[in-house]
Design a protein around this ligand. Sequence first.
Ligand code: URA
Length: 237
Amino acid sequence: MRLDKFLSETGTATRSESAKAIRRGGVLVDGVAASSPSMQIDPERSVIDYLGERVVYRRYTYIMLNKPEGVVSATEDGKDKTVLDLLPEKLRRLNLFPCGRLDKNTVGLMLLTDNGELSHRLLAPKSHVAKSYRFLAESEISDEDKVALETGVYIAGGYRTKPAKLALDEGRLGGVITIIEGKYHQIKLMLEAVDNKILHLERITFGSLTLDEGLARGEWRFLTEREIRELESHGRN
Ligand code: URA
């Protein structure tokens, strides 16, 4: 693989940044200054340092996106903009897909990856991966409704939801709800089951991941090494 391609695919630098760094002798391949951006390297074996930092090669790409309203969590859609449309061209070529779904009008944390095995593991019902959502409801949530939502309510098809956790704001109109499953429209249906309605829904955590407050809606970043390690270790212990 070309050195500049490697640096761009690992999210280290753009092609023009790489070219500049290489000209200045700032990129080392196996300890020796690289001579050209087109130099061939072995992503699995070559040791690459970029401006003094070791570049860790990852077989997979992991992206955290702050999903805005109005985009769908799919890889393609005939009508609507998808979460992948929010990424730059070079990343759209990587066969990334959203790990799980959020409704079109739900905002917040979305993981995009090309690691099918991990995605499958995180989404499997038996994994019980916790997801937290900040929500705003139409009417106040009584103590009785809180208990019902936490112990389980009946939603579509007579399904009873698994235990959930609710932390209500002072006004009891909103708060944070944490669930360990992911049925279609689950939180909206749970609120409907107690004669209420969701007005706004934002996912703030997904397993070990927490939405980066530095990301505005529609913005994305690569996961950090630590975030990847924590995510990959899920279900392995
Ligand atoms: N529950 C919902 O109702 N919608 C979402 O997008 C996610 C969870």
